[in-house]
Design a protein around this ligand. Structure first.
Ligand code: NAP
Length: 262
């Protein structure tokens, strides 16, 4: 890997991914942009080449399609210049569980989880051997809050959080940094896809603020970064509650309340 690794960003044609691409270009990283819309990626790429002088490659891929996904996996496996993966491509959908179509759910799960884990799996062995590099997975606070009513989307984001925490435990000791970023409502086009008007919402974070905060967490090597959360102690308390409960999982007998139900 070179001094300044290249960064592969999925979902780089707009929104959070395009902003990550811009910020890493400003830091002097070469880029590989991945998404479906080539014209939009070309526009991002030519601006960034001009403004920053970095090299920007474009890889068109629909990450729900196996052949396209394989193309990106191959690039991650083989291109030793790529040292950072920003696993950002993702979408959401409107409606309740019974209103959503089974096929739409499957496509959402394919993009938000299957593609994300396959891309992490493609790059992780190489980074582990190199003893350096980073994988950033974009989750969501929705993954912590079934109460928000975005059940399938939230479930995919809970997957992203768990995967990131597990990968951090596995890869951290090998020198590979893994970060989960959990945005809350951020002003991007994702809300159009859900059928919601983001401009009518309160407490919307601007995408530049979101990515800049996520990069502060990245530079600090945080495992979990929640940009809108004012008090990091709340996350620490939540995580401590989980670890405290874990100590009670190792029992041969069911809990008393199940052995002698009232
Ligand atoms: N905005 C929020 O409020 C918010 C909050 C929490 C988490 N997030 C997460 O942040 C990430 C980025 O979202 P965003 O808000 O920036 O959304 P966005 O503005 O809709 O952008 C999504 C990006 O993903 C790409 N993409 C969508 N489907 C794809 C596919 N099948 N194959 C390849 N690329 C695909 C899109 O490009 P093409 O259409 O060109 O393929 C686009 O570049 C997502 O994982 C999302 O869940 C967003």
């Amino acid at each position: 890997m070179s001094q300044i690794p290249a960064v592969l960003v999925t979902g780089a044609s707009t929104g959070i991914g395009a902003t990550y691409a811009e910020r890493f270009a400003q830091r002097g990283h070469d880029l590989v942009l991945v998404a479906r819309d080539v014209a939009r990626m070309e526009a991002v790429a030519s601006r960034l080449r001009q403004e920053t002088g970095v090299t920007v490659d474009i890889l068109q891929a629909d990450l729900t399609q196996a052949a396209d996904l394989a193309k990106v996996e191959t690039r991650l496996r083989d291109d030793a210049h790529i040292g950072i993966l920003i696993n950002n491509a993702g979408t959401a959908m409107g409606g309740t569980f019974v209103q959503q179509s089974t096929d739409d759910m499957a496509r959402l799960v394919a993009l938000n989880t299957t593609a994300l884990v396959r891309l992490a799996s493609a790059i992780a062995p190489r980074l582990a051997v190199a003893g350096e590099g980073a994988i950033v997975n974009i989750g969501s606070v929705v993954g912590l809050a079934p109460e928000y009513g975005m059940t399938v989307y939230g479930a995919t984001k809970a997957f992203v959080l768990f995967l990131s925490q597990g990968l951090s435990l596995e890869l951290g000791p090998k020198g590979v940094y893994v970060q989960a970023v959990l945005p809350a409502t951020t002003r991007t086009e994702i809300w159009d896809h859900v059928g919601a008007d983001v401009n009518a919402m309160k407490n919307v974070m601007e995408v530049g603020d979101l990515v800049d905060a996520a990069l502060v967490g990245f530079d600090r090597r945080e495992v979990v970064t929640i940009p809108p959360l004012p008090d990091a102690g709340q996350w620490d308390a939540f995580d401590l509650a989980r670890k405290t409960m874990m100590a009670n999982f190792g029992n041969a007998l069911p809990g008393e309340r199940y052995r002698n139900p009232a």
